[in-house]
Design a protein around this ligand. Structure first.
Ligand code: ADP
Length: 447
């Protein structure tokens, strides 16, 4: 096992990883920008190295500075967290070339899944169901027209290099196809420097359901069931639950078997998430994330597993130590992302936290790097805390989350807590009756 790990991240996820390390008796090295000198992840680490100025490009994305920090502190492994360098294949490769373990999959698998076309082609060949659409990239508009006619309108033109919903355009009809084609390619070129696009049938009422998987380097792969992340605004998730209110245990087993078989054949390593759109009882793969996800705690609570600990054990070459049949699903978990934003306009509201009081009690977990007197810097993501609850069933989890939100005190900045309260009180949400479009419509109704 490693004796020292460098955590190439900040905020709540840096703390989350530190907690796992501490329980495993592993020393931690924090890296930070000058804006984060007072951050909790720096205060609680065994060692800390400043790696640059506030802008992420110069600090948390600065590969040379991070590698130097690992070398001078003698760290044997690097955990990238999520965001920043976590899905950067070149970073993973460079880390390993320096004789440091990368806590994540191989660079080759990161690269394959980072390109949505190669991700879809790979998964299709491994027996994973896809959204009907083009076989790979589209060479010209004539081909796009032919594919759209085959799958039926509306269709979606998507960027191969896509992320965060950019380079994605819906065409309702053949007349609208050319414009969607042009806009998607222009956006993709501007955002990713790559204008390759592909086409999918546009699903009108899907849920976003993702499967959590874990693979060791000895050929063992298990899944930890699903998370329902349909509640999104501008493709950003806001509230997630495990399990999905829409899925039966039988459906979970079937899709779980499909994904574990696929990853076994692929020789995958570490944690991974396969994202699907689910409509009319059909799963359609859209992409794979080759890293830990923000919403991983809901899975940890229903499966009683420490996913970060497992990531570290796998990177050190250890075996999983349990089979699929050892994994059981107990109760229901919900996560609310608390962003420092205006709850109506979603404008970020960084600044001084005058008072922070996290909720507690039975079945409540708060993952946050906030403290009273901390100044939320304007340079990074606006998520300041995750409230996660676990209860015997979904109704009890909703009641527990309402209670936790009432207890939570954040003074000094605006947060989305009032919006979460409204969602949890809504009859459709309470019935579990929602799709990926529900939250945007709900927010529009509140305005
Ligand atoms: P990105 O990586 O840019 O976030 P994704 O492929 O993960 O792109 O899609 C992001 C979101 O866009 C999905 O969660 C879903 O809400 C919507 N979406 C993607 N593909 C489709 C589709 N074929 N039909 C309807 N909605 C889609």
């Amino acid at each position: 096992m490693f004796s020292k790990i460098l955590i190439a991240n900040r905020g709540e996820i840096a703390l989350r990883i530190q907690r796992a390390c501490r329980e495993m008796g592993i020393k931690t090295v924090a890296v930070h920008s000058t804006a984060d000198a007072d951050a909790m992840h720096v205060r609680l680490a065994d060692e800390a190295v400043c790696i640059g100025p506030p802008t992420a490009r110069d600090s948390y994305l600065n590969v040379a500075a991070i590698l130097s920090a690992a070398t001078i502190t003698g760290a044997e492994a690097i955990h990238p967290g999520y965001g920043f360098l976590s899905e950067n294949a070149e970073f993973a490769e460079t880390v390993e070339e320096h004789g440091i373990a990368f806590i994540g999959p191989t660079a080759q698998h990161i690269r394959t899944m980072g390109d949505k076309i190669s991700a879809k082609t790979t998964m299709a060949a491994l027996g994973v169901p896809l959204v009907p659409g083009s076989d790979g990239g589209l060479p010209d508009i004539a081909t796009a027209r032919a594919v759209a006619a085959r799958v039926g309108y509306p269709v979606l033109i998507k960027a191969a290099a896509g992320g965060g919903g950019r380079g994605m355009k819906v065409a309702e009809s053949e007349e609208a196809l050319e414009e969607a084609w042009n806009v998607a390619r222009t956006e993709a070129r501007a955002a990713f420097g790559n204008d390759e696009v592909y086409l999918e049938k546009y699903l009108d009422k899907p849920r976003h359901i993702e499967l959590q998987v874990l693979a060791d380097t000895h050929g063992h792969v298990v899944h930890f069931g699903e998370r329902d992340c349909s509640l999104q605004r501008r493709h950003q998730k806001l509230l997630e639950e495990a399990g999905s209110p829409a899925l039966t245990a039988e459906e979970r087993n079937v899709i779980g078997r499909t994904v574990t078989d696929a990853l076994k054949k692929m020789g995958y390593r570490g944690v991974g998430t396969l994202e699907f759109l689910y409509q009319d009882k059909q799963f359609c793969f859209i992409e794979m994330n080759t890293r830990l996800q923000v919403e991983h705690p809901v899975t940890e609570l229903v499966c009683d597993v420490d996913l970060v600990r497992e990531q570290i054990r796998i990177a050190a070459g250890e075996k999983l130590g349990y089979k699929q049949s050892d994994i059981t699903f107990r109760g229901h978990a919900i996560e609310c992302r608390i962003n420092a934003e205006d709850p109506k306009t979603f404008t970020p509201d960084p600044g001084l936290i005058k008072v922070f009081h996290p909720p507690g009690g039975l079945g409540v977990r708060t993952d946050s790097a906030l403290y009273s007197g901390y100044r939320v810097p304007p340079y990074y993501d606006s998520m300041i805390a995750k409230l996660i609850v676990h209860a015997p069933d979904r109704d009890a989890a909703i009641a527990r989350m309402q209670r936790a939100l009432d207890e939570c005190v954040v003074e000094g900045v605006k947060t989305v807590i009032p919006l979460h309260r409204k969602i949890l009180a809504d009859p459709e949400f309470r019935k579990g009756d929602y799709t990926i479009h529900w939250l945007e419509e709900f927010v529009a109704r509140q305005a």
